[in-house]
Design a binder for this molecule. Structure first.
Ligand SMILES: [Zn+2]
Ligand SMILES: [Zn+2]
Length: 82
């Protein structure tokens, strides 16, 4: 007999949220970290503060590795030997 049990890894949703930080090249200075101001001087980019990139948070939805996206687990009950 096969029983269905709610997956505890994903709470029965079948999906997992993962969050990670990714580096994105600054679009204001194109990764240089510097911009030219109106007077022709090199100044630190105001968007990335001279870093050349920004960190943004990305969320991904992945199928749960425990239940393979089904949201439940199948539990096979051992046959009773009488
Ligand atoms: Zn799951
Ligand atoms: Zn920048």
């Amino acid at each position: 007999m096969v029983q269905q049990k709610r997956c505890e890894g994903c709470g029965g949703l079948g999906t997992f949220w993962t969050e990670r930080w990714v580096e994105v090249v600054c679009e204001n200075c194109h990764g240089k970290g510097k911009t030219i101001d109106a007077g022709g001087h090199q100044v630190n980019c105001t968007v990335c503060v001279g870093m050349g990139y920004r960190l943004i948070r990305r969320s991904d939805i992945k199928p749960c590795p425990y239940c393979l996206g089904r949201g439940y687990l199948e539990i096979r009950e051992p046959k009773r030997v009488e």
